[in-house]
Design a protein around this ligand. Structure first.
Ligand SMILES: Nc1ncnc2c1ncn2[C@@H]1O[C@H](COP(=O)(O)OP(=O)(O)O)[C@@H](O)[C@H]1O
Ligand SMILES: O=P(O)(O)OC[C@H]1O[C@](O)(COP(=O)(O)O)[C@@H](O)[C@@H]1O
Length: 308
């Protein structure tokens, strides 16, 4: 996200605009928690994880009267356009601000869940994916040395994108995720047993945090109880959400940040940016109301086929 912030500030400066940084997300709009952000304020942030502007959940923003206040605050301060970096909640808020109050908004996709409609990439996903894969590679050493089953929980409250991509990239034996069409306990047991019969003595199952069967701990307890397995559970948790961003996340953050400003400067608004087939994509903000994309079915199928 810091790559996008830096690009917004510096592209705006190059076009002769002043940028103000709003701290703590929408809460900052309500509290007027903002300040001018000169280009030098962005020194050395490109490689830093998190966001230098901080973030916060702001439930009050769901109330129309609070959004009206935020729009008024922006108008009174003379802020002419808003670049929002976030996931579908942040974009829903931006869509409402623009539709209800005419605040010109531009969205830059930022969520490790990679679950926004119309874009194949969101900032943070590539970094989180690589972090999870690196962690599981390490776990694999113990799994294979001790001949053990590991259940590794990755983030994804309502999305299996991170889980499925992680599973494929680390050669997991199975993946459980919320949108899966055949996510049953029986299918999992049958898969692990078939691998056992093939001579496989260690397995890794990637579990998305929001999977319908329950957490990795719950699934692990059930397997232990039913089959007496000496398995281990690892919850990767917030380790996936931090750290220095990958090169791809930095590059797309930079491209999207600059593009958002160029388009606002040209009088465009009510859009968010994305990536489709390697190219920068432009989407209407209202598209965020579409159903969120599911992990490609062929990828999760491949996890099973390749782990024989
Ligand atoms: N439907 C909505 N209408 C207005 N504001 C919303 C809506 N959904 C979320 N928001 C605002 O956007 C913020 C970020 O949304 P959230 O779902 O927490 O994160 P994300 O942007 O990562 O999906 C919320 O804290 C809230 O202030
Ligand atoms: O427990 P927290 O800090 O709210 O974060 C966990 C949740 O945030 C997510 O990582 C998504 O976060 P972002 O959209 O901010 O990247 C979900 O996958 C996860 O359920």
């Amino acid at each position: 996200m810091n790559a996008a912030i830096r690009a917004v500030v510096r592209q705006a400066d190059a076009l002769g605009h002043e940028t103000w940084g709003i701290r703590h997300g929408y809460q900052g709009l309500l509290d007027k928690d903002w300040a001018p952000m000169p280009t030098r304020a962005c020194a050395n942030i490109l490689q830093r994880g998190g966001t230098v502007l901080h973030t916060a959940r702001c439930p009050e923003f769901l109330l129309p009267n609070r959004r009206a206040e935020a729009a008024e605050n922006l108008r009174a301060e003379g802020i002419q356009g808003l670049v929002v970096i976030g996931g579908d909640g942040s974009f829903r808020a931006a869509e409402a601000l623009q539709r209800e109050h005419g605040v010109p908004c531009a969205g830059i996709p930022g969520t490790i869940d990679n679950d926004l409609p119309g874009t194949e990439r969101t900032l943070g996903f590539d970094t989180a994916l690589n972090t999870a894969v690196e962690a599981i590679d390490r776990i694999r050493d113990t799994a294979s040395s001790h001949g053990r089953l590991f259940l590794v929980e990755v983030m994804g409250r309502s999305s299996g994108m991170l889980a499925v991509h992680t599973a494929l990239a680390c050669g997991a034996e199975a993946v459980l995720y919320p949108e899966s069409p055949d996510d049953s306990y029986e299918t999992l047991v049958a898969r692990l047993y078939a691998n056992w019969l093939r001579g496989k003595r260690s397995s890794i199952v990637v579990v998305a945090e929001g999977d319908g069967l329950g957490s990795a701990v719950a699934v692990g307890d059930r397997l232990r109880r039913d089959h007496g397995l000496d398995l281990r559970v690892v919850v990767l948790g917030h380790i996936q959400r931090g750290g220095s961003p990958s090169a791809l996340d930095r590059i797309w953050g930079s491209r999207w940040g600059a593009e958002a400003v160029r388009r606002l400067d040209a009088g465009e608004s009510g859009f968010y940016l994305g990536e489709v087939a390697g190219a920068l994509a432009l989407l209407p903000l209202a598209q965020v109301l579409d159903p969120h994309p599911s992990p490609p079915g062929d990828l999760s199928e491949l996890v099973g086929i390749l782990s024989r």
